[in-house]
Design a protein around this ligand. Structure first.
Ligand code: PLP
Length: 422
């Protein structure tokens, strides 16, 4: 009899609905997950894993958090979808606008990809310019215009972009180097007058975790102002993760637009983009920039998102807990790597961390990340999975801690790592 995953391959390309789930780079068959509870997930064969993937970020409250489940259950009894205004979407919009910085108005969508591609359209509509600058190694979803030098699965699989993306679609996408002040100055000098916006992960997670440097962001922000370009922070991953108010709260720089997804939907398909009122009012039906969605603002999703964000907002101690565990993990990993002579660098912001298998002391950009020994990572990954520790199956992803993780879970991670034979 075929395993569930083998049978899935007959009906879904690669057996998956998103490529990275197929574990292609680590040559391991992915476990088929049946159930999640708090910090743990369980596969169809009955194996238990301590989960450091958390659905690629959203499950910061742990799997099936009681308040999120309650909100979903209560609301789906009477409101699944209307495609009409609801009070729930107002509540979530109001909550986000009042608890986040630099968000005066917001538009709900259904994924991170939708949020970023729509924010870019809005930046173009607002400025009347065409070009967008993105940074090598940053991933903003699978929209045509972003599939150049992208991180995440595009990076792991060594795809220079993607087949099916006509060159016309990327001719207005400029690539700059992350954390490279000289380079961004040059790009603006050459193309600045036609740059509608710059999109950046202020704490990058898709070439592994690489935080932007303060001075770099300050220069970037000044250049945007000087040339009349919008600064778009893609906080799809870092929003509500590195801090409740996201990566922007770690820096002095103020973005014009911000994109969210992952945590804000409480594990349901969701995204949003928001920013200054005068920019957001350019959106249809008020303004000329069209963007729409049958499922946008779906009541069940709004309920899950609201339950998640309210719980996070009301419990600042969660972020203290995440910081304590993050530091314990970071220190433990570095200690073990020294003991065992494994060349490793760790980058971390709060509950988001990457263990880079590199000889470099610092990983500051895409070129640095590419020095990693991906074969060694693949062996490490397999070892950890067999030891019941679920981490992302790629060197160029983040590891996420959730509020249900305990000190013992971090100890278990470190114990399994200690047994890794290099
Ligand atoms: C920073 C960032 N932006 C955008 C996206 C795309 O989001 P989605 O997969 O929900 O389309 C991702 C997904 O990982 C992301 O990490």
């Amino acid at each position: 009899m075929l395993s569930i995953f083998e049978e899935s391959k007959k009906y879904m390309p690669g057996g998956v609905n998103s490529p990275v789930r197929a574990f292609k780079d680590v040559n391991v068959e992915p476990p088929v997950i049946k159930r999640g509870e708090g910090a743990y997930i369980f596969d169809e064969d009955g194996n238990k894993y301590i989960d450091f993937v958390g659905a690629w970020g959203p499950m910061i409250l742990g799997h099936c958090d009681e308040d999120v489940v309650k909100a979903i259950k209560e609301n789906c009894e009477s409101a699944i979808a209307f495609g009409a205004p609801t009070e729930l979407e107002l509540k979530l919009a109001k909550h986000m606008c009042s608890t986040l910085d630099n968000i005066e108005m917001i538009r709900m969508v259904n994924s991170g990809t939708e949020a970023t591609m729509s924010a870019v359209r809005l930046a173009r509509g607002y400025t009347g310019k065409s070009k967008i600058i993105k940074f090598a190694g940053c991933y903003h979803g699978h929209f045509d215009g972003f599939l150049v030098s992208a991180g995440s699965g595009v990076m792991t699989e060594g795809i220079p972009g993607s087949a099916g993306v006509p060159k016309e679609s990327i001719q207005n996408t400029l690539i700059a180097n992350y954390n490279d002040i000289e380079n961004i100055r040059e790009v603006f000098k050459k193309y600045g007058s036609d740059v509608a916006g710059v999109i950046i992960e202020p704490v990058a997670g898709n070439m592994g975790v690489i935080p932007a440097e303060e001075e770099f962001l300050e220069v970037l922000s000044r250049l945007c102002k000087q040339y009349g370009s919008l600064l778009i922070f893609d906080e799809v991953m870092s929003g509500f993760r590195v801090a409740y108010k996201g990566a922007q709260s770690l820096y002095k720089v103020k973005p014009d637009l911000v994109t969210y997804a992952k945590i804000m939907g409480g594990g349901l398909p969701c995204g949003a983009y928001g920013g200054r009122r005068e920019i957001m009012e350019m959106l249809s039906p008020l303004g000329p920039v069209y963007q729409a969605g049958t499922m946008s603002g779906n009541p069940v999703v709004m309920a899950a998102g609201l339950a998640t964000l309210t719980k996070l907002y009301n419990n600042p101690k969660y972020y203290e807990h995440l910081e304590v565990l993050g530091e314990k993990l970071e220190k433990g990993v570095l200690h073990i790597s020294k003991e065992k002579g494994i060349p490793i660098t760790v980058n971390r912001r709060g509950a988001m961390l990457t263990i880079f298998f590199t000889e470099l002391e610092k990983v500051r950009n895409y070129e640095d990340a590419k020095t990693c020994n991906t074969k060694l990572f693949a062996r490490f990954f397999e070892h950890m999975l067999k030891g019941g520790i679920n981490i992302a199956p790629s060197q160029f992803e983040a590891l996420f801690i959730n509020v249900k993780h305990s000190e013992e879970d971090i100890e278990s991670f470190l114990q399994v790592m200690r047994e890794f034979q290099i």
